[in-house]
Each structure stands twice: as structure tokens, then as C-alpha cells.
Design a protein around this ligand. Sequence first.
Ligand code: ARG
Ligand code: ASP
Length: 723
Amino acid sequence: MKFIKRLLAAFFLFVVIAARADEGMWLPLFLQQLNEKQMRSMGMKITAADIYNINKGSLKDAIVSFGGFCTGEVISDKGLVLTNHHCGFDAVQNHSTLDHNYIRDGFWARNKAEEIPNPGLFVTFIVRIEEVTKAALAGVSPSMTEQERQSLIDKNIAGLRTTVKKEIYQDLFVRSFFEGNQYFLFVTETYKDVRLVGAPPSSIGNFGKDTDNWMWPRHTGDFSMFRIYAGKDNKPADYSIENVPYTPKRSLSISLDGMKEGDFTMVFGFPGRTTQYLHSTAVEQIVKVNDPAKIAIRDKALSVIDGFMRRDEQVKIQYAAKYAGISNAWKKWQGEVLGLTSTNAVEKKKLYEAAFQKKVDANPQLKEQYGALLADLDAAYQELNKYGLARDYFNETLGRIEAFTIGARLNNLAMAKEKNGDKGYREAVPKTAIALGEIYKEYSPEVDKKLFEVLMEKFTRDQPAEFLAPELVTLAKNSDYNFASIADEFYNNADLLNNPSKVLASLEANPDTVLAANKQSKTNQLYIQLNNYYYNTVTKKLNSIQARINQLQRTYMKAQMEVMKEKKFYPDANSTLRVTYGNVKGYQPRDAVKYDFYTYLDGVMDKYKPGDYEFDVPQKLRDLYKNKDFGPYGKNGKMPVCFIAMNHTTGGNSGSPALDAYGNLVGLNFDRVWEGTMSDINYDPSICRNIMVDIRYVLFIIDKYASAGHLVQEMKLVHPGKK
Ligand code: ARG
Ligand code: ASP
């Protein structure tokens, strides 16, 4: 019996390790060494050197970090860049007015003169990547504290900056990988003149909104288009009317063939953050403690905001983006808990840890070095637990209450006055006014008051006494925990700070009165008390435990790479350029439910609800559908819209190109399926899928819907199947 159990456990572990052909966000410079063979066996027809090559043009030269938060790709030799609608949204919103509502109606430049500049927006190319671990860690010793270690590394990196060869118009940065075990340097080129070329209306670019977000089957045309402009020498240049369209080293060809089940795909982009190598105790806390707490707080916040949005058209416009932002992570965490639970992620981690421990214990030298590691990690995470929860309560509650944010801004201004004297103060006032103006645009005192009432009550009732500032406890007790009455008192209409237009006017005329009001403001006083108390009881403790965890996780990472020889390791996402690959495939999220891998325009029409905020469909698109007027982009009388595959992606991969076996563009990555959002912590090939919009749908919308076919003329369309 024992033997069979052991055999089963060994088999299980083998499956856990071996079945993950699709897992991983790989560094482009190691593809040949680590991945090429497998990629080719999965169907890839090009070589690793076609993807990443620093000596001649390769696919990587067509990929950009879009604004530092998304990915984009160059698709014409005149610098056209494609990214998601939700990545370009800010730019589109900034240019929208009541008369020119580009969010609602879409926007298409009919010629280059109509392309709109976007101050602050940039795209970054990666010129080359180099490992610099030795230089970064020079002089580092195990006896150093985390702080000493970090400041030496910072110094080493600063030294590298002066010695590494690069052109004057290039930049460089160094990032830590594998929890600080390795360091890589990136030489980059950043273009700052990026102009808006086009975007579909929200009813296409964000079709299905929050209801469909993180969901499959999906029918969203989540794309927008920009153009990079360069100086006359094709080098990066600040915005100027003299600038010319950028000529790229490489632009992507676009395949009109579409994807079949099992086809090879890869996604090339800038994934933001993942935590794949956590201890099981940490994963268990995410599932049982942190995610549920954050979800419950956001439940409350969302239902307050939703209530007002339904009653009040003005609030609906003001809070739409905020609501989408709050709901995006809220929905993701729910999928994460579901997926981690349904795939027994904690159990699998524990099995893996047991196998690790066994190998370590079998070797005296390893045992000496790493024998206590897992137990130490477990203990450290146990100690972190309540502070981590207090952190979530603090961030999720205080971050939702705008009165606190406003107070904080003004406190900073007061500080500038104290520290930098009159001149610094005068300089800081307009900046504060602009920031407050932005906040007030999306602010309703009535909504904020209700959020304060509901969230502060939850904050106070849920948490143990040790995490409650004494002033808050007094406040609650004195009112018999009646937070509605506290809110009434705090959000007094006579209070200057609750009158946005007055605040902005006073800031201009006499900023001192605003600062004085802020000092008197009850919300701000409470905010300062909460902050001080949190800093002393939580932040200090968190920092010291986290430093210990960082050091342990770094050792654990190193140990895993030494001990678990059969496993291939990839570094956690850290907003650097990565390649992930996997085949097109449906999935089965639960018993008797099976999802296909493609959606079509028919599905858009099935979801169509006239006049609905999320599911309305523009008349022109309905006409094109009725007449089956799909141009060269349809297939067998149908118009493909989205598809899914097994690529391991995360936030930041939005806008990443999905490439076929030849490196042609076939889609645009924009999301993941709900059941598989736990891929950030524990990728599971059975239910983790990325969602892409089919490039033919993108072209169809540009050409047939928006009549912007001149842009398609710039692109290179191919039929690799007909070769
Ligand atoms: N879930 C996707 C990603 O994290 C898309 C979000 C944009 N769409 C939306 N309906 N909020 O970020
Ligand atoms: N929607 C995400 C993004 O904006 C992508 C993801 O999380 O899968 O980057």
C-alpha cells in the first residue's frame, strides 16, 4: 500500500513537472538554448535567431513596450503600431469632447496630418539584452543585511551605467531576475512622439465591458492604432511638427489564414508581474486570506458605486473608468481563488516541496545549506499573515476613499511650503491644482461619503483591536458604530473641501485658505491618524518580515535550480521582454462544460442588446453582418472575432502580438479566461488560456467598418498556407 502511494505520488509529481510544455515566460536571449527544440516540436517553422538576434533584424525589433504598461507591435514600414483598445484608451479619452466623442464613436485619421500627438506617451524598443550578474553582485556577501546588499548592488549598477557601450540616444536599465540571483541589462531606444491613428468605438473595442471581462467566449475588438514619429535621422526625438514617420528595423507581416486547433502560436511582449515560486504557505494565504478579504471589500465598494451610477447619468460618466478598474482586479481575484482551488495548487506545491526536501535531505552538503529553508519560509509567511491582511485592509479601504486622496495631495503641498519655502510653494500650487482637477473630474462627494461610511465601518468591525488606531475606536464608540452619522459629520456640505469648484478657485486665489481648511478637515485628520498608526504597527513590521522573506525566497530559488535538475526554470515576470508559446486549444473548466477555441461575429449578434451600455452593436456593423460583407477577411461566410491558446501571459501582455509558426501576426493578446487567471501564481495547462482578437477582425473593422483601408495598404498581408 505504502509502495503504491509512493509510486502514485512520484507519478503525480512527474505529471506536474512534465505536463507543463506551455508554461513559462522566457528570456529571448536564451530561446535557442532552452526552448527552440520544444518550440519546433510544437510546430514552429522559424529559428530562435529569427526571433531574437542582436546582429541583424529579428522579430524583437518590431515589439515595443507601449507606455510602460502594455505591449505594442510595429506593422508597417512607416511606423504604424498596434495595441489594445484598453491600452490606448487614455489617449482616446484625452482627445474626446462632447462634440468629438471618440470613445463613443471611434476615431480614424484620414491622413498623417490628422494623426494626434500624445504628450507623455512613449514606446520603447529593446536593442539588446546582456547578463550582468557578476558585475551586479560584485562584493556581495551572505553576511550582509538586505539593505546593505541592495545598496551595494545599486552602486554596482550605477557603475555599469558608465561603462556599458551604447549610443547617445539609447538608454539602459538593469533588472533583477530569479528573486535577485541573476541580473540582466537592457539597452533600449525610446520614441516619445507617438500619435493616435485610430480606434474603434467602445461598442466594438470594449464590447461586453465588465460582464465579459476575463471571460470566454469573448467578442471584443480590443485594438487601437498609433504611429511612431522620429527625427529626420530616424532617431528618437521629442514631439515636433518636423518629425517624420519612423522607419523600423522590422515590421510584422500579417497572416490572413487564421488559426486551427493545435496550431503553434507565440506571444512576444512585456508581462508585468508574476509569483510562480512562492512557498505553499504563501499560496494558501492568497487563497484563504488575502484574495477573499480584498474581494469582500471591493464587493462593498462596487455595490455603492453601481447604485449611484444606475440612478445618476453624471455619476455614470464620472465613475465609469474607476468602476472598470476596481472591478478588473476584483473579478480576476475571484477567478484566481477558483482556479487555485480547483487545480489543488496548494497540494501540488506541497508535493513539490516534499520532493525538494527529500532530495536535500539525501545529500549532507545540501542538507546543511538548505535543510531548514522550507520550514523557515513557512514560519516567515505565518508571521507575515496578519500584517499582510492588515495591509490589504488598509490599501483597499483608504485607496477607495477620495477624500483621503485629496487630503494627502494637500498635505504634500503643505509640506512643500514648509520645506521649500515660498518659491517651492508657488511652484507646487499649480501642480496640485492640476492633480486635484483630475481627481475632482471623477469625484462626487455624495458617492465618496457613502464609500466612507460603508468601507470605514467594515474596516473597523472586521479588524482586531491591535490594527485600529485609538482615534478611530473612540470615534466608533462615541457614535455607537453609526458610521452614517460619522459620515454626515465628516462630509459636511459647508466644508470647503467638499466643493470642488470652490477648492480649485481658492487654490488659485489664496492657497493658504485651502491648506487651512485641509488642516481642519475631519476626514484629513482621521487620514493622518490612520496613516501614523499603520506606519508604526504594520509598515515597520512588514518591512522587516518582507526583507527576511526576500532573502529566503532568493535562497529557495537558487536551491530549486540546483536541486530540481529535471525542471526548466523561467524567471518571474518583471515587465521585461519575454516570449511565451503554446498551441491553439479549447478547454474544459468544469464537469460537462467544454469551450471551443474560436468566436465569430454571429456571437456578437447573439449578445446584441439594443441601447445597452455593454452590449449595444453599431448599426454599420449590423449591416455588414447582415450582408455578409466581410471583404477578404471572412472565412466560409463567417467573420472570426477572437480565439484562445495556451500561451502563458499576464497583465502587461495586453497588446502583445500573437504570432504564427512563421512569425506572422495572427492576433492581438488582450486577456485571459476567468478559470485560469491563477496562472500568475500557478500555471495549469488544463485551464489556463490567453485570449486574442483575430487580426482579420481588426483589419475588417479598419477597412470595412471604419473605411480606413488606406492603413491596410501600408501593411504586408500574407497567406503562409499557400506557400
Ligand atoms: N482583463 C483585461 C486586463 O487586465 C482587460 C481589462 C480592460 N477591459 C475592461 N472591461 N475593464 O487587464
Ligand atoms: N488584460 C491584461 C492586460 O491588460 C492581460 C492579462 O492580464 O491577461 O495586460
